[in-house]
Design a protein around this ligand. Sequence first.
Ligand code: ADP
Ligand code: GLC
Length: 502
Amino acid sequence: MRVLFATSEIYPLVKTGGLADVAAGLTTALQQQNHEVTVILPAYQEAMRHLDSICELAHFSIHCCSTEYNVRLLRADSDSGVTLLLVDIPGLFDRPGNPYLAEDGTDWWDNGERFGLFSRIAAGVALNQYGLGWRPDVVHCNDWQTGLLPAFMRLLNTDAGSSSETDVDVRLGLPRTIFTVHNLSYAGKFSHALFAGLGLPDAWWSPEMLEFYGAFSMLKGGIVCADYVTTVSPTYAEEICTPPHGFGFEGLLRECAAQGRLSGILNGIDTQVWNPATDRYIPYTYSVQKGRVAQKERNKNHLLKTVVAADVKVDGSAPLLSFIGRMVEQKGIDLLIEAIPALLDETNVNIVILGSGQKNYEHEILNLARLHPHRVFVHIGYSEELAHLIEAGADIFLMPSRFEPCGLNQMYSLAYGTLPIVHATGGLKDTVIDASAENIATGTATGFVMLNASADELRRCCITALELYRKPRTWQKLQKTAMSQDFGWQRSATSYQNLYKA
Ligand code: ADP
Ligand code: GLC
């Protein structure tokens, strides 16, 4: 099958979170299953810096919001064999840094134009409007940044007079669209002025179509107009049909589910990049097969040397808790901040934290590190290398997310034998099996599951985990079960392939 995969980020070209990892992992796995995959993404400055041998396939101009934009479609090859198609609009994408945020941390002022126009052009590519001589069988869109793509495909196809929306014969010849929701809390809401500026029809400013509580939502465009909607874990597919996880879309999503147009496919992880046996960032590689899980201890010492100031004395034998991620409410970082003082009082743990996000959380975390320099180690920022060192060197990984569509770090943690403590939500619930007495006895336990997202429950769960940590034989059994789980992409890619075929 020919698949056009539309995404606003892809590892290693540009990454702010899990979507980048998914875009890379899934498209590579599909390519390995002999599908012909083209990834379309904006030609961000950051992404272009990583690419060489780029060639121009087409150039044209396009009108949007009273401006005439010059557009170039560029082609580049990726290491995985997947073709990259870059939409180059210098006025919109040739900027340094984060793909969504300006340097001061606020959204780029023109994100609506940027991703609206990107989706409009990707729809043109899908309908073979730019003379590329190629048309996909399936267009796979991701999150609000590509939500208007299925909407524009419907619009462009109707405008061209080639079919009416009900002309089944003609529609059968069109590429089919799948819209994957990675995070429903980002609705991509914009004004009526942008709606009109993008050339969307007046009749679509309605609750049945794109209008959403007085604005319009690009995410809603994807849900309403795509042939099929997926999300990134089975549990999240159920949760989003209910408040509060539905963020106002729950009614619409319940309808999708009733029409048989919604399901959850669990993400995979890239086992080349996240593999303790081959990880190029960690000094002491290990695996269950080689029986060298004890190497984690040496990785812990190395990690502590990396994150602790030279003149600070640390108890290296103490259990090490860890957190990596965006410092936003979704991730429960505030629950961790609240739980840390009691944890430090009641136990001998040390804690290592890597991430960035809301400034108030960053300040509070830094403050805890200042108060406890020999027990709380914090790196504010983004570091691929440190993320790998933490997964290899820590004993326990904390993910008290209020909601988590899938979550990747708990799967990385399982693969590295860094037992996760998670809240029973979304993909966390689908991937971690609680160390209850029964699950330990049957050999299925892989981590610790909190039923409520609260600071107190997090603290209690850490204490339960530490009790088992002091029983090395049980702990090692859990580690082995965790490390033996198969979260590689092939299984998920097969589910997507079956969906494409259907
Ligand atoms: P989300 O996409 O909601 O942020 P995921 O768990 O799906 O959450 O994916 C987050 C990805 O981003 C993981 O690969 C994680 O290791 C990475 N990541 C997040 N914050 C950082 C950071 N500060 N430094 C390095 N990697 C990070
Ligand atoms: C989102 C979600 C995260 C998921 C990722 C990739 O960013 O917050 O749970 O793992 O997308 O699908």
